[in-house]
Design a protein around this ligand. Structure first.
Ligand code: CTP
Length: 397
């Protein structure tokens, strides 16, 4: 849930500021990108050097970066960069200023301009925490959508015992983790995705293949996993790293892919066939390398089994989405495939669209649904195209 997320950690002046080092370390371990904002008083409890070293990013404290050259820190950019902002520890003073809309520190100005979810983890002495002003401030923040991570009970810096200790770093992390898990729209769904080309052997050295890079299928797998789905990715030969939290099964030929897909099919909620499966395979691949003895050479090819057609015939509860890569009569051909293969939707790529198709990082698609409703999208990065495809799938589930 936290992998790849941009985390803006704001540290204020409480003794618990020393725990921010552990918070940064946990986020980094979970694969998040962390930037830290500090207030002047927080620097009395922990040094910017500690947090910049752990976060691998310079700590930001002031509006002005370099007085002589007039270089400034852009609070708006930082707020927009963040997927979420965590203010931990948050003093009673900072809580009051958040409520009041003050912007006299870099932290407060960033909070006011951030559009992302904001979490606050208060830390203070028990009576400060119990005080009606503090409680009222927390209620106001909650009513504005800020998530409050309750302080814990225990011994406080004053020597008193009560509620006010900053929540333990692991509890802060799991609170945020659970927040994103609840938003994971594909949680509990099993999604099977195919990607890449297939290679059909001619002899031990050569094969028939195609230009598919696998990027589109891998992007769909990555986004589906980030939305909480259980993802199985059956991939032909590609040189791409596996997305996180995805079970990857590597195959070579169309018949290998059919075998693996069939094994997974029964328990799937959604199947997206983004692979460019070979339509023909060599009837009898040679066991040894074929020599160039004749001036003309031909191969006997036989049709491979159409995997998607087979899935369409054996459909139970699954939502079935295919791809159609076309060069002419695009919509007409895609509609024919949608019907012939008993699909719920088909993603049409036209090789006539610049930036669409194989090997590029971008794609331009039109999704045609079973009821012939068409949705056309602009040219986008494949990760964004993957989001569009999964949005359509979710709307049909
Ligand atoms: N497909 C498949 N098995 C095959 C061939 C294709 O599962 N043996 C799937 C692809 O993964 C894709 C869809 O069928 O999701 C359409 O593939 P495409 O190559 O566009 O069309 P074909 O059905 O192969 O028809 P043609 O090549 O004649 O356009």
């Amino acid at each position: 849930m936290l992998n790849g997320k941009n985390v803006l950690l704001a540290v204020t002046g409480s003794i618990a500021a020393y725990k921010s080092a552990l918070i940064v370390r946990e986020f980094i371990k979970k694969g998040a990108n962390v930037k830290v904002i500090m207030t002047d008083s927080s620097c009395e409890f922990i040094t910017p050097l500690t947090l910049s070293t752990l976060s691998k990013n310079p700590v930001v404290k002031d509006f002005v970066k370099d007085l002589d050259s007039g270089v400034w820190n852009n609070h708006v950019d930082l707020g927009l960069w963040a997927d979420f902002m965590l203010i931990a520890p948050s003093t009673a003073n900072t809580l009051a200023k958040l409520v009041g809309g003050n912007a006299d520190t870099f932290l407060l100005a960033t909070y006011l301009s951030a559009r992302c979810p904001v979490f606050v983890a208060p830390a203070m002495d028990l009576d400060m925490f119990k005080h009606p002003s503090t409680q009222n401030n927390l209620e106001v923040l909650k009513s504005r959508g800020v998530m409050v991570i309750q302080p814990e009970y225990g011994e406080l810096a004053s020597g008193l015992e009560g509620e006010g200790r900053l929540a333990e770093p692991e509890n802060i992390i799991s609170f945020i983790h659970d927040y994103f898990l609840d938003l994971a729209s594909l949680r509990g769904k099993k999604i099977l995705i195919t990607a890449g080309p297939t290679y059909e052997a001619i002899d031990p050295v050569r094969f028939i293949g195609n230009h598919s890079s696998g990027k589109m299928g891998f992007a769909i797998a990555e986004i589906a996993a980030s939305r909480g789905a259980e993802v199985v990715l059956v991939s032909g030969p590609v040189s791409l790293p596996s997305p996180d939290n995805v079970e990857r099964i590597d195959v070579t030929s169309a018949s290998d892919m059919l075998e693996q897909v069939s094994k997974q099919y029964t328990h799937c909620d959604v199947v997206i066939m983004a692979a460019a499966v070979a339509d023909y395979a060599v009837q009898q691949p040679s066991a040894s390398k074929i020599k160039k003895n004749t001036s003309v050479f031909s191969l006997e090819l036989e049709k491979t089994k159409d995997i998607l057609h087979f899935l369409g015939e054996n459909k139970n509860k699954q939502l079935l989405i295919g791809f159609a890569l076309e060069t002419d009569n695009e919509v007409e051909n895609a509609k024919k495939k949608l019907k012939a293969k008993n699909l719920d939707a088909i993603v049409l790529n036209s090789l006539n669209d610049k930036g669409a198709g194989f090997a590029t990082d971008t794609n331009q698609i039109t999704v045609i649904k079973r009821n012939n409703k068409m949705i056309s999208f602009e040219l986008k990065h494949k990760l964004d195209v993957a989001k569009d495809i999964l949005d359509v799938a979710e709307s049909m589930l």
